[in-house]
Design a protein around this ligand. Structure first.
Ligand SMILES: Cc1cc2nc3c(=O)[nH]c(=O)nc-3n(C[C@H](O)[C@H](O)[C@H](O)COP(=O)(O)OP(=O)(O)OC[C@H]3O[C@@H](n4cnc5c(N)ncnc54)[C@H](O)[C@@H]3O)c2cc1C
Length: 413
């Protein structure tokens, strides 16, 4: 086991591991990743729906999503692994915006300028391509559950290159790819203290009492990130809140016809995608109201879903997939977003403490962005470029930036 490292990264989630790999791709730095869990997937990454969609309000976010998803789409090449465990599922991402007749066309034009391939589908085209999905533009009544006469008039946007990938398998691939390039990844290694001096970071102390000297420490601790700010004696200046997020799983029987893309249903306030070769649905919320439950201790929170959440989302889902039988087992679980309540975007880069870098506050965006965030950080640290780099400047997420002015503060920001 090596004793000296140039860079220590705290957290083997998708962000920490992407930074480690992106550093190793372009440098000979001695890199150590410390993870308190026994395996990958301890934090947000393990619970992630890992939807890889492109559309965001800000063009820089679209570019970052595009560059991150490019890595997932070329996973063997990106990781350098011959047989990675994860494989990108290119199901497409369908945005169903409700009764706004202009939204899809305007977004189609914007995406084209950002090199994102999309198509606009009218109701007939959507029905032909995805027969399971209703083309209704009337919002379901999620309060009373009263049915309505559906109006088939949707004009939807299909992101052709979108999809999803197994998040835990992708994280394990990154561990393997990092180790193959000489990065040391240690599990059951919780950073409990950080030693600093006037000149910045000096060392990290682990829970087992060991001390590892460090001049460059990266906080990629996901929902636990505030503990590391405190340990470094720093106030991040941002309201980074571990937030309980619910997701449901249910069977999708063969009687539901055709392929189901990753779908974002504005009227129902839900997103969904399939897994297990289309035989299971994963359903989550896109509503800001479902992203408000702060968790005091990320090690202890309610991991079971709420009945209210389940009934409302199932009602929205059955409106969008009318052939879905009203029976079968529904399971739910909860994971944690780290919501940046100031502007819903992450903070990435240097801090006021020399040698203390951060990549935190990814809300529901971090999975798809991770390879591009890794590129931003690695380029800023080493000054060197590599394949799979993004052109979006790291200053976009600077810790000392002003909050971004954005109307929608949910996962759909
Ligand atoms: C339910 C859910 C659905 C989501 N869906 C999507 C989606 O569809 N698309 C998308 O792009 N994003 C999605 N996200 C968001 C995305 O998953 C996260 O933004 C991303 O996983 C954050 O990764 P991370 O590496 O920052 O954090 P984490 O995965 O939480 O990793 C941090 C790691 O640091 C470790 N750690 C913490 N403190 C210490 C310490 N002191 N010492 C050592 N190790 C430590 C933790 O154990 C953890 O493993 C979703 C998230 C959730 C919860």
């Amino acid at each position: 086991m090596k004793k000296n490292f140039d860079v220590i990264i705290t957290g083997a989630g998708i962000i920490g591991l992407s930074i480690a790999l992106q550093l190793a791709r372009r440098s000979t730095l001695r890199i150590l990743v410390l993870e308190k869990g026994a395996a990958v997937g301890e934090g947000s990454t393990g619970a992630s729906s890992a939807v890889c969609r492109f559309r965001y309000t800000l063009n820089d976010m679209v570019a970052l999503a595009r560059d991150g998803i490019h890595a997932y789409r070329h996973w063997n090449e990106f990781t350098g692994l011959k047989q990675p465990a994860a494989q990108f599922q290119n199901d497409g991402v369908l945005w169903i915006p409700g009764d706004d007749r202009n939204w899809a066309d305007a977004e189609h034009a914007r995406m084209a300028e950002l090199n994102v391939a999309t198509e606009v589908l009218d109701a007939a085209e959507q029905k032909e391509r995805f027969p399971a999905l209703s083309t209704c533009t009337v919002a379901p009544d999620l309060v009373t559950g009263e049915p309505h006469d559906c109006v088939s008039a949707s004009r939807s946007l299909l992101e052709l290159d979108g999809g999803h990938i197994d998040p835990a398998a992708a994280a394990q691939d990154l561990v393997d790819a990092c180790r193959a390039r000489g990065v040391e990844v240690r599990f059951r290694a919780r950073v409990s203290e950080i030693e600093t001096s006037d000149s910045g970071i000096r060392a990290v102390l682990l829970e087992d009492g060991s001390r590892i000297p460090a001049q460059l420490l990266i906080n990629a601790a996901g929902p636990w990130c505030n503990d590391l700010y405190r340990a470094a004696g720093l106030d991040s200046g941002w309201d980074l809140v571990p937030t309980r997020i619910q997701v449901l799983y249910l069977d999708c029987p063969e009687s539901v016809p055709g392929n189901i893309p990753v779908s974002v249903d504005f009227q129902g306030g839900i997103y969904f995608r399939t897994q297990n070769r289309g035989r299971q649905l994963v359903v989550g919320s896109v509503l800001e109201d479902d992203e408000k439950e702060a968790v005091a201790d990320p090690d202890h929170f309610n991991r079971l879903h709420d009945d209210d959440f389940m009934y409302t989302k199932l009602h929205a889902l059955s409106h969008r997939i009318p052939r879905l039988p009203n029976r079968g087992q529904v399971r739910g679980y909860c994971g944690l977003y780290t919501v940046n309540r100031d502007d819903i975007h992450p903070i990435v880069g240097k801090t006021a403490v020399d040698g203390f870098w951060v990549a935190n506050g990814f809300s529901g965006h971090g999975f798809k962005l991770a390879p591009a965030i890794g590129s931003m950080m690695a380029r800023a640290i080493t000054g060197a470029s590599s394949e799979f780099d993004t052109d979006v400047p790291i200053d976009f997420f600077a810790v000392d930036r002003r909050p971004i002015d954005i109307a929608m503060k949910s996962v759909l920001a």
